[in-house]
Each structure stands twice: as C-alpha cells, then as structure tokens.
Design a protein around this ligand. Structure first.
Ligand code: C2E
Ligand code: MG
Ligand code: MG
Ligand code: MG
Length: 290
C-alpha cells in the first residue's frame, strides 16, 4: 500500500508542470537557508580604466554553490528571490560580504590600489525602506571609504517610481557612494534623467547593446552619440560585456572611460581577484592590447 501510494505520488509529481513547481518551492526553501549554510559566494569581475590602464573596480556577482545542482548563476535564482521577497535577506548578505571584502582590500593593498566594489540592487531591495540605513551602518561599522562602494541599479528599477528613486539616490549620494545605472540601453529611460534627476555618476552600457551597435554598420552613430551625450550630462561610461579586442579598441576610440568583459577578465573567485589586484594574475589573459 505504501509502495502504491509512493508510486502514485511519483507519477503525480512527475507529470509535466508539477515537478518544476515543486522544484521551485524546494529551491525557495533552500535559498532561505543558503546564506546560513555558507552556500552563497561573491565572484568579482574587474572594471578596467582605459585612462589608468588598470582595474579600478570589481563588480560583485552572486553565485549559489548549491549542494545538488552545483554552482548556480543569478539568472537561475534571482527572479525567484525577487518574486518571493527572499532577495531582501539575500541582498543584505551580498552588501555585507561586499563591504567586508572591499574593506579588506582597502586595508591590505597599497594606497590607491583598492578597487571600488560594485553591488547590484534589484527592485525589492532598492524599494526596501531599510536599504539606506543598512548601507550607512555598514559604512560606519566597517570604516570603509564610501567612495570604494558603488551601487548599481538598472533603468527599470530607477524608472519604477521616479520620485522615490530621486529621494533614495539623493540620500545614497550624500553618503559618498558611487551610483551606477546598469544595463543602460535595454529600457526606455533617458540619459538626461539619469544624469541630472537621478544624479548618477556612471552609466553602464549593457553588453548586448554594446556588441550589437559596435558591430552594426547600419547604425554607426548610435553608440558614439550615446557616449557623447552621457559625457555632456556628466556621466562617465562603462561598457560591459566586452568580448573582443576589436570591441575594446573601438570603445577606447569612442572615449569610453571603463571597460568590463570577458576580454579583460571574467568574474573571479575572491582569492583570484585579490591576486589580480596585487598584480599576480594578468588582465587580458596575459596578452594586453597596445
Ligand atoms: P549585470 O549586473 O549586468 O552583470 C553582468 C553579467 O554579464 C554577469 O552575469 C557577468 O558574468 C556577465 N558578463 C561579464 N562579462 C561578460 C562578457 O564579456 N560577455 C557576456 N556575454 N557576459 C558577460 P551574471 O554573473 O550571471 O549576473 C547576471 C545578472 O544577475 C547581473 O547582471 C545582475 O543584474 C544580477 N546579479 C548578479 N549578482 C547580483 C546580486 O548580488 N544581487 C542582485 N540583486 N542581482 C545580482
Ligand atoms: Mg551590474
Ligand atoms: Mg549590467
Ligand atoms: Mg547586463
């Protein structure tokens, strides 16, 4: 009887449509415990300054080392975390860990070599009333120079509730952290908005957008125009998703300030990022462009 019930259950759960839902519930419960179980990890991807010729930033990118599924990328669990609200505690863990690491780099690296550490914020996190105070507390308690922390929000997050965004960014700006508009080019926000109303510091051009327009002979002025306009309103430009030397060189010609992408370096575990910052692992896979 038990066996029959078990078998039946197996069939029910295995039916198409049911299993993914259960798996999702299971994942949700597991994510609740992931930070406490030590399964969350931040990788760091260098942000390269074309002006200085070295990595000046590290973007923190979340990984979940899941006991059954192996390493999971944000795309595999952030949407669920956002829908369930779990992104708030997970995001708090990310901020704390990123600030801890930033402070460790600030302490251990020679003056001037400490990178700005970038943290991605999703909608629920950004809207969470405790965010600003949490950032303030982490800065106070760690002693981290606020200019070594950058916060990234996407266009859609920024545009969700413009007056609220203006107020939150105002308060973060007053603390001295850097603000980045992420994935620019994928939504409908205007550069004028981003630069003046939101008082963002950096505009990060989305990777797909960069690659599409750099390689598109039909639209040769889109990217140059965008970069020029960003500069006009006081934004410095980061191009993300740069994969080839050709793209890198074009972006340099266009006056882009920073570049990020597999061509420069992939996201790295903290230990390797530390070696890279200390000059013990080369950028560009050891074959720098001239
Ligand atoms: P993002 O902030 O736009 O991050 C850039 C993504 O592009 C990263 O994916 C990175 O690994 C990938 N990437 C870097 N260089 C290249 C390249 O040359 N070519 C291509 N095709 N891709 C490249 P990842 O790590 O899977 O993260 C995906 C997204 O998940 C991030 O996009 C960000 O929106 C979100 N995310 C990551 N970590 C966190 C986090 O701690 N909190 C929140 N709320 N979101 C996060
Ligand atoms: Mg980002
Ligand atoms: Mg991005
Ligand atoms: Mg992107």
């Amino acid at each position: 009887r038990a066996k029959a019930a078990g078998k039946n259950r197996y069939h029910v759960f295995d039916r198409e449509g049911d299993a993914p839902e259960l798996e999702r519930l299971r994942l949700e419960n597991e994510l609740r415990e992931a930070a406490a179980n030590g399964e969350l990890e931040l990788f760091y991807q260098p942000v390269y300054s074309l002006e200085l010729g070295r990595a000046v930033g590290m973007e923190a990118l979340l990984r979940w080392n899941h006991p059954r599924r192996g390493t999971m990328l944000p795309g595999q669990f952030i949407p669920m975390a956002e829908e369930t609200g779990l992104i708030v505690p997970v995001g708090r863990w990310v901020l704390e860990e990123a600030v801890r690491q930033a402070r460790e780099w600030e302490r251990s690296l020679p003056a001037g070599a400490a990178p700005m550490v970038g943290v991605n914020l999703s909608l629920r996190q950004f809207q969470n009333p405790g965010l600003v105070e949490h950032v303030a507390r982490l800065l106070r308690e760690s002693g981290l120079d606020p200019s070594l922390l950058t916060l990234e929000i996407t266009e859609s997050v920024a545009m969700h509730d413009v007056p609220a965004t203006v107020e939150i960014l105002e308060r973060l700006n007053a603390m001295g952290v850097w603000l980045v508009i992420d994935d620019f080019g994928t939504g409908n926000s205007s550069i004028a908005y981003v630069g003046s109303r939101f008082r963002m510091n950096h505009l990060k051009l989305d990777g797909t957008f960069v690659r599409e327009f750099l390689d598109d002979p039909e639209n040769p002025t889109i990217l140059p125009g965008l970069i020029d306009f960003a500069h006009t309103v006081g934004l410095r430009v980061i191009a993300e998703g740069v994969e080839t030397r050709g793209q890198f060189e074009r972006l340099r010609e266009l006056g882009c300030e920073f570049v990020q992408g597999y061509y420069v370096a992939p996201p790295l575990p903290a230990g390797e990022a530390t070696k890279l910052l200390a000059g013990r692992i080369p950028l560009f896979g050891g074959e720098p462009p001239r």
